[in-house]
Design a protein around this ligand. Structure first.
Ligand code: SAM
Length: 241
């Protein structure tokens, strides 16, 4: 898998570039998310919550939580503790404000940290989620191994990530949208032009469907299943330890 990075002329590694990029776009992120997905991303996160509810977890870790949308949605489960972890302090600040406004501070804790080296003991969480985060990891397998380590045996792991429709004409429509429309929206509405180019370029090379299922199995996850969403433009992956 090629390592697509946000800034072509930067000497920084992918992790530093990704952190910088999300710090830069944190103020635009929620609004632009709704625009680029026509608001369907809300439904996808609700579908993740439905899957998580099936195993009734007490503790949930939402990795790459960003501005906290999934962590906030997860607050409707019976979990007593939800931890949102992200490497970008800019994204977390926006998330913390949202959590405060909703009065969820006692249930959701937002912490700064790297998914590839997390400050938790082995077997800590009943469930772990990552929405649109794994694609940004510096090294996918290291991030997944770390998730496996901190997930309790029998725990549930759910990924929501972009994927590519395989059927004609959706595949062609998706290609046109991601190569032409998405960067244009980013250019018009965001301060950081490279960011939305990176989002579509990284999505075009990231493994999805059976390829990602197999990576999860290789790490040790079991009962791996994938559920394509909205013609396959995103996919939910459910697995356990
Ligand atoms: C596209 S956003 C997704 C945010 C949120 N999960 C959502 O669904 O809107 C990706 C997030 O991954 C975070 N991220 C990228 N690499 C990370 C890492 N190594 N550890 C923790 N967070 C990371 C970024 O800072 C960013 O907030």
């Amino acid at each position: 898998m090629s390592k697509v990075k946000p800034y072509k002329n930067s000497e920084l590694g992918k992790k530093e570039q990704v952190t910088k990029m999300f710090d830069n776009i944190s103020g635009d992120y929620d609004g632009l998310n709704r625009v680029i997905s026509f608001g369907i991303d809300i439904k996808w996160r609700q579908n993740v919550v439905k899957i998580i509810k099936e195993s009734n977890p007490q503790t949930i870790l939402d990795i790459a939580t960003g501005t906290g949308d999934l962590a906030i949605n997860l607050a409707e489960t019976d979990a007593t503790k939800i931890v949102g972890l992200d490497i970008s302090s800019g994204m977390l600040e926006i998330g913390k404000e949202k959590i405060k406004k909703k009065g969820l501070e006692s249930k959701i804790e937002m912490i700064l940290g790297d998914s590839e080296n997390m400050p938790f003991e082995d077997n800590t969480f009943d469930a772990i989620t990552v929405a649109f985060g794994v694609r940004n990891f510096e090294t996918l397998e290291n991030g997944l191994k770390e998730i496996y380590r901190v997930l309790k045996p029998n725990g549930t792991f759910v990924i929501l990530e972009t994927s590519i429709p395989t059927k004609t004409p959706f595949k062609q429509g998706y290609n046109f949208y991601s190569k032409n429309i998405l960067p244009l929206i980013g250019k018009i509405f965001s301060k950081d032009r490279s960011a939305y180019k990176y989002l579509s370029e990284s999505a075009s090379v990231f493994p999805y469907g059976e390829a990602l299922n197999n990576i999860l199995r290789k790490i040790g996850f079991i009962n791996v299943e994938d559920f394509p969403q909205t013609l396959g433009v995103a996919t939910i992956y459910k697995s356990s330890k």
